[in-house]
Design a protein around this ligand. Structure first.
Ligand code: SAH
Length: 254
């Protein structure tokens, strides 16, 4: 096996949501650098790898990004097969793009492997069809947390007609609510807040745009959690989806 860095998505937490390609990369790895949102259970697929935790949760003690870059580079230069294992998908708020670029600029071969991103997994686990036909024309993945403190175009988001899936939003509920209301989103727009999606201790809190901050407080919502904002997050939509579709016979497609 040639020296290479695999930037691998470990999915949202449930080890069964790992891809077969991720399993192959873990089997071949000499070194695995693991983020803290990754479920350790996936490491059972490693054959003989050295495991190095490099987690860096917002606000906690963290491994500097430059150090992680250099660590991957050092092992790759010594002919090792390196797997950098990230929660969800490596390129959805995961710095996969910048790590790949940094390594390629130094002549290191890189392969990116998709993982199931937390926003999509959380919605599915709660039976929320993000792009339900006739209800939501699309889905927008967005982070409430910007590195430079710049603001999102909330008005455009509020009026996009797409389901919003918001990452890193737990500490920003007040701002999200105010901005979407100011942007023209209806006050009774349904909201689902999903904590620890796909894990045995997953919790979900259903609310609406007006009440979400208070409901999250009463529910003691904690990170990691995603917010799903849009008509599809309503329980009423869920029953429509489950019961009102015409029955299909075998062989028929939707
Ligand atoms: N690359 C990751 C996202 C990393 S950003 C992905 O594709 O999923 C970290 C944020 O992801 C958290 O603040 C939270 O909003 C979300 N997140 C990650 N894992 C989660 C989980 N199991 N349940 C709910 N949200 C999660």
């Amino acid at each position: 096996m040639n020296a290479k860095v695999w930037l691998v998505g470990a999915g949202p937490g449930d080890p069964e949501l790992l891809t077969l390609k991720a399993v192959r990369a873990l089997k071949e790895a000499d070194v695995v650098l693991i983020d803290d949102l990754v479920n350790d259970a996936v490491l059972e697929h490693c054959s003989n790898a050295r495991i190095i935790p490099v987690g860096k949760r917002g606000g906690c003690r963290s491994t500097p990004q430059a150090f992680i870059h250099r660590l991957m580079w050092r092992y790759a230069r010594h002919g090792k097969c390196v797997v950098r294992l990230k929660g969800g998908d490596p390129c959805i708020f995961g710095r996969g793009g910048e790590e790949a670029q940094w390594l390629r600029e130094r002549g290191v071969e890189v392969e990116l492997v998709n993982g199931i991103t937390a926003g999509l997994a959380g919605a599915t686990q709660c039976d929320i069809p993000l792009t339900l036909r006739g209800v939501a024309r699309g889905v927008t993945l967005v982070t409430a947390h910007t590195q430079d403190g710049s603001s999102l175009n909330w008005q455009a988001l509020a009026q996009s007609g797409t389901t919003l899936v918001i990452y890193m939003g737990v500490a920003k509920l007040s701002e999200i609510r105010e901005q979407l209301l100011a942007g023209g989103m209806k006050a009774d727009t349904p909201v689902a807040m999903i904590e620890n999606a796909s894990l045995p201790h997953q919790r979900e809190c259903r609310s609406d745009l007006t009440a979400m901050e208070e409901d999250a407080h009463d529910f003691e919502l904690k990170s990691p959690a995603i917010l799903v904002i849009g008509t599809v997050a309503s329980r009423a939509t869920q029953s429509l989806w489950e019961h009102d579709l015409p029955a299909m016979t075998v062989g028929q497609t939707a």
